[in-house]
Ligand binder design. Structure first.
Ligand code: ATP
Ligand code: MG
Length: 566
């Protein structure tokens, strides 16, 4: 592969890095950062940014910092810091010793602000928030200068110092950059750099009662850390001139801000504000509810870090906002779990089957393949006995033409075991089927008939006396609307929550081979999907989350009436 060819496949940010390395812009250095605000748990959108920043650093021999952008004490908490570090690590990235907090730079930022005041480029303003808004103008109308804009440098320095000392009430003064109230870019109309806010910070406590704004602080954080490529999402494109303006006022390193399109996914929401609302209103069971698009939720549901990283690679990086079909994420998930998950048998809607001609007290241990995708995973033994459970769905008393699973008089294969034929259906007084009676053909042990006769279907099963009871939680999309961010007038996004997003089944059974499975262990339950052990499991009571279904053949079959229900 020539160098040119390999470059052609790079996204525009990686291409920029290659060009910078060629031109020597940063002397070959590549320094990125992932800068979350600790005001919520990370979601799959953050994973895109994490994989981009850490990925570029690792591909180009650079570094990526984990930096908490903790400049807004009202919404930030240590719990969020802990969950974020944990999630980044789990995704497989390593910031080594480069864990930083914007709050550690508060003094430096303050000194930089004094420098800007001294050069006549910032002033203390007494306008209220409403007045600031009113004076800002609009896209079509220039703003008006604040009456406090022409304060002397000395007065500004004095007032700013007194703001810091706590002499003024919250919201009564701000420090503003003196740029241009008629600037076509509204972000440059004398933006606010500091506000007075008496709020206890999760790290600096009550040391500060003035806090920097995002626009003022972010570039400084990047500069202090020697970042080369400061990658952020598209909504900051209009802020880039301000990012550059602030840094240009100071004799400091000037990183390059680069914007890319944020990730949106169908059937979910990605804003931390909305996710927080779901948590606070108990509309989900917490940030790590397996239905949430948070990394913690996905992890608990059974996602592997590889599947999330592969998804991030597959969707790539571009400059246009779009919404990715959640089915693509599930596809990446299945691809990875198919390769890595041990297969086991489980029955989630049990129907009792008695094999009439099987010896009463006999148990046989039959060989079962652990992972057909990975021969090195080997085989295990599963017990077979006279009384079994099969899936209620695998039996129909009056089957339609294309249903080939068990029905009266029909012979099917029990996976890894025998051919059985249904001879009798037992019902209760209400007409509900309570058990089936079958016969087995001892010659078909291991699943094939020596006389070459075929069956049209293979179903899974468990030995009733050996099966272990478990709870299973089935999930569906969190929202019924593909785009819950875009709701009709008068509706809230929460109006579109899917009432059937969680279905709990508490009379399920699993193979004894996984009786000692640990939280977060992943399995494929044959024919049912991928499952992982939930953290709610207790000794003697396993709880499984269905991570995702296998290929949805049922839905396809329903659309295609000619297909067979095998
Ligand atoms: P939200 O809008 O959900 O509150 P945020 O941008 O305010 O997200 P931060 O904690 O500031 O959350 O984000 C940290 C980093 O992750 C930022 O660089 C941000 O651009 C990036 N990021 C956030 N959401 C997405 C997304 N949906 N897709 C890609 N990157 C994202
Ligand atoms: Mg943000």
């Amino acid at each position: 592969m020539t160098e040119n060819n390999s470059e052609q496949r790079l996204d525009f940010i990686r291409q920029m890095v290659v060009e910078d390395n060629k031109s020597g812009k940063w002397k070959g250095r590549v320094a990125t950062r992932f800068p979350p605000e600790p005001n919520g748990y990370l979601h799959i959108g953050h994973a895109k940014s994490i994989c981009l920043n850490f990925g570029i650093a690792s591909e180009f021999g650079g570094t990526c910092n984990l930096r908490f952008d903790d400049t807004n004490p009202e919404k930030e908490e240590q719990e969020y810091v802990d969950s974020i570090t944990d999630n980044v690590k789990w995704l497989g990235w390593d910031w080594q010793d480069r864990l930083y907090f914007a709050s550690d730079y508060f003094q430096q930022m303050y000194d930089f602000a004094v420098h800007i005041i001294e050069s006549g480029k910032a002033y203390v303003c007494d306008q209220t928030a409403d007045q600031v808004r009113e004076y800002r103008g609009t896209l079509t109308q220039p703003g008006k200068n604040s009456p406090f804009r022409n304060r002397s440098i000395e007065e500004n320095i004095d007032l700013f110092e007194r703001m810091r000392k706590g002499e003024f009430a919250d919201g009564t003064k701000t420090l503003r950059a003196k740029i241009d109230m008629a600037h076509p870019n509204l972000n440059l109309r004398d933006p606010i750099m500091y506000r007075i806010l008496r709020a206890t910070h999760h790290r600096t406590g009550d040391t500060w009662c003035i806090y920097p704004t995002y626009d003022w602080a972010h570039g400084l954080e990047d500069s202090i850390e020697g970042i080369t490529h400061s990658i952020c999402t598209l909504e900051f494109e209009n802020h880039r001139p301000l990012y550059d303006w602030f840094i240009d006022q100071l004799p400091i390193h000037h990183p390059q801000q680069i914007e890319f399109a944020r990730l949106n996914l169908t059937y979910t929401v990605m804003s931390k504000r909305k996710l927080l609302q779901l948590v606070e209103q108990n509309l989900v069971k917490g940030w790590d509810d397996p239905r949430m698009p948070t990394i913690s939720g996905m992890r608990r549901r059974g996602y592997s870090p590889e599947s999330i990283r592969n998804f991030c690679t597959l969707i790539g990086i571009n400059k246009f906002n779009s919404t990715i079909d959640i089915a693509l994420l599930e596809h990446c998930l299945r691809e990875d779990l198919n390769k890595t998950s041990s297969r086991v048998m489980a029955v989630i809607n049990p129907l009792k089957v008695v094999i009439d001609n099987y010896p009463d007290d006999q148990t046989e241990m039959l060989d079962a393949v652990n992972n057909p995708e990975d021969p090195s995973a080997g085989i295990r033994k599963v017990p077979f006995s006279k009384v079994l459970y099969i899936e209620q769905d695998d039996f129909m008393e009056n089957p339609p033409k294309k249903f080939f699973r068990l029905s009266p008089g029909r012979e099917v294969r029990l996976r890894y075991a025998y051919f059985i034929t249904c001879t009798n259906v037992v019902k209760d007084s209400a007409g509900k089927i309570t058990e089936l009676h079958c016969t087995y053909d001892p010659a078909t042990r291991g699943g094939d008939a020596p006389d070459g006769r075929k069956v049209k279907s293979t179903i899974h099963w468990l030995s009733a006396k050996d099966a272990i009871k478990a709870e299973v939680r089935l999930y569906d999309h969190l929202f019924t609307s593909a785009n819950p961010d875009d709701v009709p007038e008068g509706k809230k996004f929460t109006d579109f929550l899917n009432p059937d997003s969680l279905k709990t089944l508490d009379n399920c059974f699993i193979e004894p081979s996984i009786a000692n499975a640990k939280p977060l262990n992943r399995f494929q339950f044959e024919r049912l999907g991928y499952f992982s052990v939930d953290i709610d499991s207790r000794p003697g009571k396993l709880v499984f989350n269905r991570t995702t279904t296998l290929k949805d053949s049922w839905a396809k079959i329903q659309q295609k009436p000619t297909a067979d229900l095998i």
